[in-house]
Design a protein around this ligand. Structure first.
Ligand code: ATP
Ligand code: MG
Length: 347
């Protein structure tokens, strides 16, 4: 399983939007995806059209040990995309976990147990990709996600102060790598809500690219109102506005990840990136399409010669440059993150 934590301790920088839509893009590319809502706001759960419900198993139940991952996972409207939902109960989890034994590894152990049982049952991993939607803090919920992940994807907004807090975040990832999870790497930085018409946004993107040389993904997520509207309908961008720039951008990020799959033997044999992949229409969209068809007048009849030359098919647009290698995390500054500082080294 390729496990990616989507993180930034800043709020409102596109973590949930990225988890939902990148998860959907990968699922539309034939990957079996599990997205995990690790935020008590349950925005990811809502964005995928699922009502947060404290009476049902959730990420909180998994952390509390009252449900297994398998019991808590639910399907979504997108085939191949499953969710480990959250609800308000998760807001108490940080405090409850604080005194638990192995508090940093509760999620990791639960995921491993689930994956092992899936392997025994089906002969393969429970998912190809697991994406963690982290809360806007660096507490135990984020730490549990980072200990469970193999990779980190940092989202940031191309606005004033975008870089503020980044050194702290990189510091925490570095510390985690050293003490808890040696395999953790930063896969990339994903600029979100980018508006190329704004000079400030262009300048900030330039600054981010020069500060984190080679580590910023070549794709930025453009500011797109459809991305902001889709969650209120409980849909991903691919069901809500498949032709929007948001859908194109998240599909391009999925392409970046798929192009690196060679490093994961378990992902060998998955289909190549398909630029034409589309979400199946849901019942409402299907009905609208039928209605449009019904009112549309039939096209005028042409006097067509019996032999029509076939139209040339345009080449697939897969020109996005290959990503840079994973980030070499810079040396750790001396002041350590409180929770982690008391822990022994992983090695
Ligand atoms: P939090 O830290 O509170 O969990 P977050 O980092 O998960 O926030 P999101 O919830 O993904 O951030 O995004 C914040 C807001 O910005 C949401 O209303 C979302 O719909 C909107 N948004 C996200 N990405 C875009 C975009 N590319 N264009 C326009 N709006 C966006
Ligand atoms: Mg969020």
């Amino acid at each position: 399983m390729r496990r990616i934590a989507i993180i930034n301790q800043k709020g409102g920088v596109g973590k949930t939007t990225t988890t939902a839509n990148l998860g959907a893009a990968l699922a539309l590319q034939g990957r079996r995806v599990l997205v995990i809502d690790m935020d008590a706001q349950a925005n990811l759960t809502l964005a995928l059209g699922i009502e947060p419900d404290p009476s049902k198993p959730s990420s909180y139940s998994v952390l509390a040990g009252t449900a297994t991952v398998g019991q808590a996972i639910v399907p979504t409207a997108i085939p191949n995309l499953r969710l480990l939902p959250a609800n308000i109960d998760l807001s108490g989890a940080e405090l409850e976990l604080a005194s638990a034994m192995g508090r940093e590894f509760v999620l990791r152990d639960a995921l491993t147990e689930w994956n092992d049982s899936e392997r025994t049952r089906t002969g393969r991993d429970g998912a190809d990709y697991v994406l963690f939607d982290c809360p806007p803090s660096l507490g135990l919920l984020a730490i549990n996600s980072l200990s469970s992940a193999g990779e980190v994807l940092i989202t940031l907004q191309t606005e004033f102060l975008a870089l503020q807090g980044m050194s702290k975040l990189v510091e925490v990832v570095q510390l985690l790598k050293k003490r808890l999870n040696p395999e953790l790497t930063i896969t990339g930085i994903l600029p979100c809500m980018y508006d190329s018409r704004k000079r400030l946004a262009r300048e900030v993107l330039h600054e981010i690219r020069s500060y984190f040389k080679g580590q910023v993904l070549p794709v930025s997520i453009r500011s797109n109102v459809k991305l902001a509207e889709a969650p209120s309908y409980g849909k991903t961008i691919f069901s809500y506005a498949a032709d929007s720039s948001g859908a194109q951008d998240y599909m391009a990020v999925a392409q970046q990840l798929i192009e690196r799959e060679g490093q994961w033997p378990a992902l060998a044999g998955l289909p190549k990136f398909d630029p034409q992949a589309k979400a199946p229409l849901d019942a409402e969209a299907q009905a609208k399409k039928e209605a449009r068809k019904a009112v549309r007048p039939p096209p005028p009849r042409k006097k067509v010669p019996s032999q029509v030359a076939p139209q040339p098919v345009p080449p697939a647009t897969t020109t996005t440059p290959r990503p840079s290698s994973t980030l070499d995390i810079p040396p750790l500054p001396p002041d350590a993150f409180e929770i982690l500082s008391v822990l022994p080294d992983a090695s």
